[in-house]
Design a protein around this ligand. Structure first.
Ligand SMILES: NC(=O)c1ccc[n+]([C@@H]2O[C@H](COP(=O)([O-])OP(=O)(O)OC[C@H]3O[C@@H](n4cnc5c(N)ncnc54)[C@H](O)[C@@H]3O)[C@@H](O)[C@H]2O)c1
Ligand SMILES: O=C(O)C[C@H](O)C(=O)O
Length: 330
């Protein structure tokens, strides 16, 4: 372990609820491996730096063997300096009664300067995950303001939706989550997302042979798509530990690869696959190896799926138009 160079991981919104779970998981090796030392580079707004100091005290008190150093700052040019991974969490969460897209004008402005700072100071191979909502369009804003980086380095989190979808299906079929494979979240991290079971297997059997079609269309899909709102209604605050866990899963699989033959869902720039307009940051089925992701190609798309996939793409186009008007993307 002593001979492995530490990896720099930047996290924004580090004193927030998600940060409080995420940082400890990164420092314990859950994201990049149990033998990979890390340096945490934490960004917060100036008024939250005091609270962040307390989080840093707690991180130090854990005496994590892999945690080599901690940097804190309210300047993205410091926090993103030479970062190999950047998890952009810092943004306002929605309240009951809001859609995530309602946060666009409040949060969109955060991601332009952060994209510019990543462009200027991050490692040229930085892998970026946007968690702050609306995650897909915020990822687009950061990406468009980082012209010297490859657009594919910017991704958005639909992994929480993916994990929710796996868990709901496991519960319905009475099978363990590990029996479920090849599930996809297409599109936006919003209530238009499409949790698609058409290719999914449970213990090798087609999932749609095991559940009622009416349940799938009228209960399962809306339950997964509206789970974030259900958590806000129950907890009085948006999901945090599960969101952090999904962020760990997303980065872990991107960095270290997906399990043999299996795929996961990631929000990535569309290359036009499956007829999704190029450039939108859209949830796709992907396999990862050697630090790269690749869209799973050649899947059959039914008329039902086509309608759902196009509707969520349409919403992302509308969000893109809105941020264009705000001058946040070209
Ligand atoms: N994509 C997903 O699946 C998913 C899941 C859960 C939550 N979220 C989103 O993640 C975001 C954070 O959620 P939370 O519960 O941790 O919120 P929170 O309010 O507890 O924490 C957000 C933190 O971000 C900080 N912050 C605000 N602007 C910043 C900036 N410009 N730079 C750095 N830090 C900044 C705040 O000071 C605060 O400490 C919200 O937008 C929420 O909706 C996304
Ligand atoms: O729903 C929210 O606003 C928070 C988060 O995006 C979630 O899905 O839990």
């Amino acid at each position: 372990m002593a001979n492995i160079e530490p990896i720099r991981v930047a996290v924004t919104g580090a004193a927030g609820q998600i940060g409080y779970s995420l940082l400890f998981r990164i420092a314990s090796g859950d994201m990049l491996g149990k033998d990979q030392p890390v340096i945490l580079q934490l960004l917060e707004v100036t008024p939250a730096l005091k609270a962040l100091e307390g989080v840093v005290m707690e991180l130090r008190d854990c005496a994590f063997p892999l945690l080599t150093d901690i940097v804190t700052s309210d300047d993205p040019n410091v926090a993103f300096k030479d970062a190999d991974y950047a998890l952009l969490v810092g943004a306002m969460p929605r309240k009951a009664g809001m859609e995530r897209g309602d946060l666009l004008s409040a949060n969109g402005g955060i991601f332009k300067p952060q994209g510019e700072a990543l462009n200027k100071v991050a490692s040229r191979g930085v892998k970026v995950l946007v968690v702050g909502n609306p995650a897909n369009t915020n990822a687009l804003i950061a990406q468009q303001n980082a012209p010297d980086l490859d657009p594919g380095q910017f991704t958005a989190m639909v992994r929480l939706d993916h994990n929710r979808a796996v868990s709901q299906l496991a519960e319905k079929t009475g099978k363990p989550v590990t029996s479920i494979q090849n599930l996809t979240i297409w599109g936006n991290h919003s209530s238009t997302q499409y949790p698609d079971l058409s290719q999914t297997t449970v213990d090798g059997k087609p999932a749609l042979d095991l559940v009622d079609r009416n349940w799938y269309e009228t209960e399962y899909i809306p339950t997964v798509a509206k789970r974030g709102a259900a958590i806000i209604a129950a907890r009085g605050a948006s999901s945090a530990a599960s969101a952090a866990s999904a962020a760990i899963d997303h980065m872990h699989d991107w960095a270290l690869g997906t399990a043999d033959g299996q795929w996961v869902s990631m929000g990535i720039p569309s290359d036009g696959s499956y007829g999704i307009p190029e450039g939108l940051i859209y949830g796709f089925p992907v396999k990862c190896a050697n630090g790269k992701y690749e869209i799973v190609q050649g899947l059959d798309v039914s008329d039902f799926s086509r309608g759902k996939m196009d509707a969520t793409a349409q919403e992302l186009q509308e969000e893109r138009d809105e941020v264009r008007k705000l001058g946040l993307v070209k």
